[in-house]
Design a protein around this ligand. Structure first.
Ligand SMILES: Nc1ncnc2c1ncn2[C@@H]1O[C@H](COP(=O)(O)OP(=O)(O)O)[C@@H](O)[C@H]1O
Ligand SMILES: [Mg+2]
Length: 367
């Protein structure tokens, strides 16, 4: 089922300074479809990267954070005006000076978490197949983005968990002095927050499952029924605190904690492709796209507004039929779209859109 309606958040103004090849660029975005066209290396992906940074405080591109800073420039900043479905306009800012990130919401200093909560962006880009074929970390990030936006106290449990994990890992590395009395409280804390995280992740996946089934049935009907599997990162039968105590010897030898919520993972198995290795690269991409759309739809259902959707190099990632299907679904949902390509994709040629030409980090509005 498609999410039909006109309820979406939208970026109205976007300004980027010192981000890769974007020295100082400001644009007014359309509330519907925005297309960025230009040659390779023109700066198209960097525009989407700016939007993603505002909403995630990290890039979707791998690599050092320093590479985001324009060469020879000590700082970067991104500003945007975001209009919510209730017409509330929110001014968002994210800046980096040296190694420090700073967030602003409506002119006041804000925690990164506050910025990220305000602005929701989903992105499909040439690296997205890593969600299916890549490391578990990608899948945990995807899952946790969703949980974060649905479960209000997820961030609290996640931080508690990270802190306890760090403490236990440093005890493991100073093994000679470490005793039961030192380990026990951190293992109890780890277990308690891990069980909370596990509950929240599970609840989220239960909400996501029907959306994912529908979204995959639309994009990849040939693969048949699918099963969404989740592993929490430690035995299903035992309490984590007990397992951590039992595993301590092994963890001491490895120097880190080998069980817990930081080892969770999920996977999708299709009737016609039970193993991940049965999927072609194109099918991996479509599966990743379906995951992204399902997540956006769940977000929309929960918050009453669609996230902003970024589609990088859509025409080179998908065949024409799938491009058209995605664009049709997103326009039916009335989501704001930011899309890049070396030229205007066929799927958009009959739809109204605002087109920007990108060349050497400069943006010019064409239509
Ligand atoms: N830190 C940086 N400083 C300056 N230029 C950069 C930096 N990182 C990347 N670039 C350049 O920015 C340009 C934009 O890249 P990108 O946004 O990926 O282009 P497109 O998506 O249009 O192919 C490239 O030419 C790249 O060499
Ligand atoms: Mg690009």
């Amino acid at each position: 089922m498609l999410f039909v309606g006109g309820r979406r958040m939208k970026l109205e103004q976007l300004r980027m300074r010192g981000l890769r090849c974007l020295t100082d660029v400001g644009i007014a975005l359309d509330t519907g479809i925005n297309v960025f066209v230009g040659a390779n290396g023109a700066g198209k992906t960097s525009v989407l990267e700016a939007v993603f940074l505002l909403s995630h405080a990290r890039s979707f591109r791998s690599g050092a954070k320093e590479a985001l800073l324009q060469r020879g420039t000590p700082q970067l900043s991104i500003f945007a005006e975001l209009r919510h479905v209730d017409e509330r306009v929110c001014r968002l800012g994210l800046g980096r000076e040296g190694a420090r990130w700073e967030a602003k919401v409506d002119g006041a200093n804000a925690a990164i978490g506050q910025l990220v909560r305000e602005c929701a962006v989903v992105c499909f880009e040439p690296g997205s197949h890593a969600l299916i074929a890549g490391a578990a970390e990608e899948r945990r990030r995807y899952l946790d983005w969703g949980v974060f936006h649905v479960e209000h106290d997820f961030l609290t449990s996640w931080r508690r968990y990270q802190r306890a994990l760090k403490q236990r890992n440093s005890l493991l590395r100073s093994a000679s002095a470490a005793t039961e009395a030192l380990f026990a409280p951190w293992e109890a804390e780890l277990a308690q927050s891990a069980h909370q995280i596990d509950r929240q992740r599970r609840a989220y996946l239960d909400l996501l499952r029907p959306k994912l089934l529908a979204s995959i049935a639309g994009l990849l009907p040939e693969l048949g029924q699918l099963e969404l599997r989740y592993r929490r990162g430690w035995s299903e039968e035992l309490d984590l605190a007990d397992q951590l105590r039992e595993q301590r010897g092994r963890d001491l030898a490895r120097g880190h904690t080998t069980l817990g919520a930081h080892r969770a993972d999920w996977s999708i198995a299709f009737e016609q492709a039970p193993l991940r290795e049965h999927l072609s690269r194109g099918q991996e991409k479509l599966t990743a796209l379906a995951c992204m759309l399902a997540q956006a739809e769940l977000y929309a259902e929960h918050h009453g507004e669609w996230p902003i959707v970024c589609l990088d190099d859509l025409a080179s990632e998908l065949d024409q039929a799938h491009q058209a299907a995605v664009v049709a679904q997103l326009t039916a949902a009335n989501a704001q779209i930011l899309l890049t390509g070396t030229e205007l994709p066929q799927a958009l040629q009959t739809l109204p859109s605002r087109v920007f030409h990108v060349e050497q980090g400069e943006l010019t509005r064409l239509l």
